[in-house]
Design a binder for this molecule. Structure first.
Ligand code: B3K
Ligand code: ZN
Length: 876
């Protein structure tokens, strides 16, 4: 397959000025006429041909300045349209007419139909499935779009920018014209046409302009868009307050569709969303759904500045818009909710998704330098680690200077396509700091490991911290240079107070940040009156692994006294991990696991501590996941032992803390009407966690069943169903509850997705048969990505013991599914396949089965580029 490399970047030979698109919509015969105005770039070769991108296009006509082009002037190569003999200096117009069949477009890239609605997805390279074009982010043009469609089936016709006209058009048809004044790359183009309901509101910007806000949903679902609308207005306000960014068109639209390959898309002025991230009400959405909707609405809106106004020069720079925009949405949610709890959920997510990616065959730098299929690089490394890198810049520079750097970035690059170097330069210029070493975070893959040891000299009253960093080898990068790692820290004295920092030698310390820049470095702090406990990487200031063996007493000191709540959670987590790994060791030797009562006591103390917010206590009680445990063990993993170890610890905690949990279950309940805010959600989370522990302690489904019957919101209902399905899979209570749930929500696909996901995550080897029989159920729909992800994706990504079962049947199943789905939707298939990214960490027998499944895929002759790329890298 073809490899694209950063080093090969070259500007286009021609400059696109504007493009006029006319769509005559029809499910099987949509005619697209694209008229583009180009001129030769000054300095480009005078005989250079115009080379436009295309993918599976049927071209029915090609004109140059309105005149049909002779057959010997152009060539269609399958992926390109090459036109020769174009003018040297004057601008010229190319008119391409193509025929599309949106109803047959199962890839969901380009123009397709979802539930009768025409919609588009162009990022990264979908526009070339609509017409021949410069389908690359550095080709910015001004778009005018005309849509012609049936009045009856498409009363709504939308595109980017502002609507400049709408009228009847022949029999039974009408047209609408849209003009977007902001030059944009093709990936931000969008079109929607169909019969949709709309929710409307307005927002007045900081300079007093009124913006019309519209959210389009299926008829009847309008009330479920209210929360998304509220989140949108809060996002618009926040971006003005915090980043000084104002919206720039008269209208902002969101359309929810039910068939979508990802979460949402930031098309200029016309965001298109997976309806999962728009629709919510207490009866059908969980607190997690509400939080996701808020975050994704914000994320796509924030792209208007970080992505759309300033876009990427090429796709290697993807993190320029994604990492930065994730950072912005994280900060937004932190301001809307509890900052510490938000940070804990982010870090949990980072560790369970990005860390395994960075430690396995798919590891790649935040800014990659080569790809075969760009869609395979919309990864948690580019997004989440990219966000962490931005966060570290803010940590190193401090809030104020970071803000100045952002302002400079907006000023310098507005309306342009930029690179990571451009971005970093802005922060260097405002801070006068050299960020050269820091930039290695963009270029070196792998999670750094920092080993820590400390020493206290009572006579000298000196405390020294020795740090050593190792960046592990990753595919294509055997040797790494030392990174600049900013570590927030504090020294906690025996009385629980923080030591005042007086002097330090051995390295750079700015306020509460210690800058590790050498491979190994010792920082010595003077005038420390008593042996302190080092609290390191507060707030997870750097995305690293830390090897630092603290005693239970020291960790408990942090867990109880740290003024950084995140660090308290982190300490509890560090206490839990050795309990789990110890239990795994015991189980694999055939012994019964035992647990340290001091850990359980510390955990229960946090659970019962009424000074702590409920959401934090729920997070503390949520033990490290099976995937965290697998990573901690590193090699030769037995997922069954990992599962049992974790269940045993839950059981021990449940038994010891039975009273506390019973009490929390009572006191955290509320008779007030449901509110989705963070404080109410925190109480529900703590109460539901208590239910989980109680059901462990009592080994009885009654309480879960009662909770299920009484629940008046989806958070409680789906949690109770999860407890029933996971802990009592074969009980009558569970069977009845599953049936009742499905019957009640038969007409609501998003809720049925939960029903599938809950059953797909029932632990243990039986899960596979369950998944297979659910696929046979009439409720399953292989054509809907949300449904496929809910059942097959959740099984493969989130059910480690079920998926990686000892006989390899889970892997074989996934291979067959990937091969089948790949024939319709390569992006969905390749994403599912990444669930096997940690296969080398399994014990040899399972790893062998995983390898066979991958080899089976790899040996298939008719793979998409997407799946082939993942399979190959996974086997390398
Ligand atoms: N930019 C889109 C993702 C496009 C994915 C293309 N395979 C959504 C987002 O990150 O906001
Ligand atoms: Zn994004």
């Amino acid at each position: 397959g073809q490899v694209f490399t950063l080093a090969d970047y070259k500007p286009t030979d021609f400059i696109l000025e504007r493009i006029d698109l006319t769509f005559e919509l029809h499910p099987l015969e949509t005619k697209v006429t694209a008229r583009s105005l180009f001129h030769r770039r000054p300095g480009a070769a005078t005989d250079a041909p115009l080379i436009l991108d295309g993918d599976e296009l049927v071209m029915t006509s090609l004109l140059l300045d309105g005149i049909e082009l002779a057959r010997d002037r152009y060539e269609e190569t399958g992926r390109h349209l090459v036109i020769d003999g174009l003018p040297e200096e004057i601008a010229f117009e190319i008119t391409v007419e193509t025929m599309l069949a949106p109803a047959n477009n199962t890839q969901l890239m380009g123009l397709y139909r979802s539930n009768g609605v025409y919609c588009t997805q162009c990022e990264a390279e979908g526009f070339r499935r609509i017409t021949y074009a410069y389908d690359r982010p550095d080709a910015l043009g001004v778009y005018t779009v005309h849509i012609i469609a049936d009045k009856a089936t498409c009363p709504v016709m939308l595109s980017n920018g502002n609507c400049i006209g709408k009228a009847g058009y022949g029999e039974g048809k009408h047209f609408a014209s849209w003009f977007d004044p902001h030059p944009k790359p093709s990936y931000l183009f969008a079109l929607v046409a169909g019969d949709l309901g709309v929710v409307e509101d307005t927002f007045t910007t900081m300079s007093g302009r009124e913006v019309a806000l519209k959210i389009y949903v299926e008829h009847g679902k309008e009330p479920r868009a209210a929360y998304a609308m509220d989140a949108l207005k809060r996002s618009m306000h926040w971006d003005e307050e915090v980043f000084g960014r104002e919206y720039d068109l008269d209208i902002f639209m969101i359309v929810a569709v039910s068939d979508f390959n990802m979460g949402a898309m930031e098309n200029k002025g016309l965001n298109i969303f997976n309806d999962k991230y728009v629709l919510a009400d207490p009866e059908t959405a969980t607190d997690a759904d509400f939080a996701n909707i808020e975050a994704i609405i914000a994320h796509e809106y924030f792209h208007n500045w970080t992505g759309n106004r300033i876009t990427c020069r090429d796709w290697f720079q993807l993190c320029l818009k994604e990492g930065l925009t994730v950072y912005r949405d994280h900060e937004f949610s932190a301001d809307q909710r509890s900052r510490a709890v938000k940070r804990i959920t982010e870090v949990r997510h980072l560790k369970s998704e990005q860390f395994p990616e960075d430690a396995g065959p798919l590891a790649h730098p935040v800014r990659p330098t080569r790809y075969k299929e760009i869609n395979n690089f919309y990864t948690s490394t580019v997004y989440e680690k990219g966000s962490e890198v931005t966060r570290m810049i803010a940590t190193i520079l401090g809030r104020e200077t970071f803000k100045q750097g952002m302002d400079l970035y907006f000023e310098r690059h507005d309306g342009k396509a930029a690179t990571i170097e451009d971005f970093v330069k802005c922060f260097e210029d405002v801070s006068e700091r050299d960020l050269g070493q820091f930039s290695r975070w963009y270029h070196q893959a792998g999670t750094p490991l920092v080993s820590v040891s400390t020493e206290y000299d009572a006579d000298q009253q000196e405390f020294s911290v020795s740090l050593e960093q190792i960046v592990p080898p990753t595919p294509g990068q055997a040797r790494k240079e030392p990174m600049h790692i900013p570590l927030k820290f504090g020294l906690i004295l025996p009385n629980g107070n923080e030591a005042e920092l007086d002097g330090v030698t051995g390295g750079d310390v700015t306020e509460d940040v210690l800058h590790l820049t050498e491979r190994s470095q010792t920082f010595t702090f003077t005038n420390i009156p008593a042996r302190p406990v080092l609290s390191l990487n507060r707030g997870f200031s750097a995305p690293i692994n830390v090897d630092y063996t603290l005693t239970t007493e020291d960790l408990t000191q942090i867990a109880v006294h740290d003024r950084d709540l995140f660090a308290r959670w982190q300490a509890l987590n560090s206490l839990a991990l050795p309990e789990l790994t110890g239990a795994v060791k015991a189980l694999r030797k055939g012994d019964a696991p035992t647990f340290n009562p001091a850990f359980i006591a510390a955990l229960l103390a946090a659970a019962a501590d009424e000074d702590l917010e409920p959401a934090f206590r729920a997070q503390a009680l949520a033990l490290p996941s099976e995937s965290d445990l697998a990573r901690e063990i590193g090699a030769n993993n037995d997922p069954d032992a990992n599962l049992v170890a974790r269940l045993s610890l839950l059981n021990a905690i449940g038994l010891t803390g039975r009273k506390i949990f019973a009490n929390l279950f009572e006191t955290m309940s509320s008779s007030a009407p449901f509110k989705p805010d963070a404080a109410s959600a925190g109480k529900r989370a703590l109460r539901n966690t208590a239910l989980t522990y109680l059901s462990f302690a009592d080994n009885d489904p009654t309480l879960a069943r009662e909770t299920f019957d009484k629940a008046d919101n989806m958070t409680d209902l789906s949690h109770a169903l999860t407890v029933l399905a996971h802990h009592y899979p074969d009980s009558a209570e569970t069977a009845e509850a599953l049936e009742a749930f499905a019957k009640r929500f038969e007409g609501n696909p998003l809720v049925l997705d939960k029903w599938f996901a809950i059953q797909a995550t029932t632990p243990g080897p039986d899960a596979l048969d369950r998944v297979k029989s659910l696929m046979e159920s009439p409720r399953f729909n292989a054509g809907n990505p949300n449904r496929v992800r809910a059942l097959i994706g959740t099984f493969a990504f989130s059910n480690l013991s079920g998926f990686a079962r000892a006989d390899g049947a889970g892997f074989a199943f996934l291979a067959d599914q990937v091969l089948d789905i790949d024939t319709r939707n390569p992006q969905l298939a390749s994403r599912l396949l990444t669930s096997m990214r940690s296969w080398r960490m399994l014990e040899p027998q399972r790893a062998e089965y995983a390898k066979r499944a991958l080899a089976k895929i790899d040996s298939s002759a008719s793979l998409s580029v997407d799946v082939r790329d993942i399979a190959e890298r996974m086997l390398q």
